[in-house]
Design a protein around this ligand. Sequence first.
Ligand SMILES: CC(C)(COP(=O)(O)OP(=O)(O)OC[C@H]1O[C@@H](n2cnc3c(N)ncnc32)[C@H](O)[C@@H]1OP(=O)(O)O)[C@@H](O)C(=O)NCCC(=O)NCCS
Length: 146
Amino acid sequence: MKVREISNSKKDYTEFVNLFYRTDYSFKSNQISNIQTEVDPCDPIPDYNEFCDILNFGLYQYFVLENDDKKVIGLTQVLENEICEFTIDREHQLSGNGRIFYQLLEKIIKASGAKNIVLTCYFPGSMIFWKKMGFKNHNIIFTKEL
Ligand SMILES: CC(C)(COP(=O)(O)OP(=O)(O)OC[C@H]1O[C@@H](n2cnc3c(N)ncnc32)[C@H](O)[C@@H]1OP(=O)(O)O)[C@@H](O)C(=O)NCCC(=O)NCCS
């Protein structure tokens, strides 16, 4: 299992759409999240060229979790010390992969000089996950000192 930055390949674009636009959040405790069937009109799915533009713009960093078969099973969007999005493929949820991904990501964020990690979460299942990763929350704001 390894973490790498996302590339602008068509293969990574497909995973980007699957993980961020076709995988719903973990609303329920101990359940795999649903397939997202409706697209938020305020957040339309970027086409491949727009995806490349997003990566070139460089505001966010995107990291993927790749398993030993080189399949991408997780994706995260990071802005400095903030985790903005964090998703494990539905077929690989609740099997310890989110924990592995988070632990590898924490090392990367810490190595960048950050003293803490922050995120916003209001999905009951994922809130349990973040608490298990050592975060403290004040309503929907989660923080962890490094
Ligand atoms: C939330 C998510 C990232 C967790 O990753 P995962 O691979 O499913 O979680 P793991 O199997 O590594 O679980 C780690 C721990 O968190 C707990 N956990 C994870 N998801 C949970 C859920 N929905 N309900 C209750 N506990 C959960 C696990 O039981 C495990 O606890 P344990 O160590 O005591 O056994 C993943 O389910 C996901 O991508 N969900 C959809 C997108 C999403 O909601 N992202 C977060 C947005 S803030």
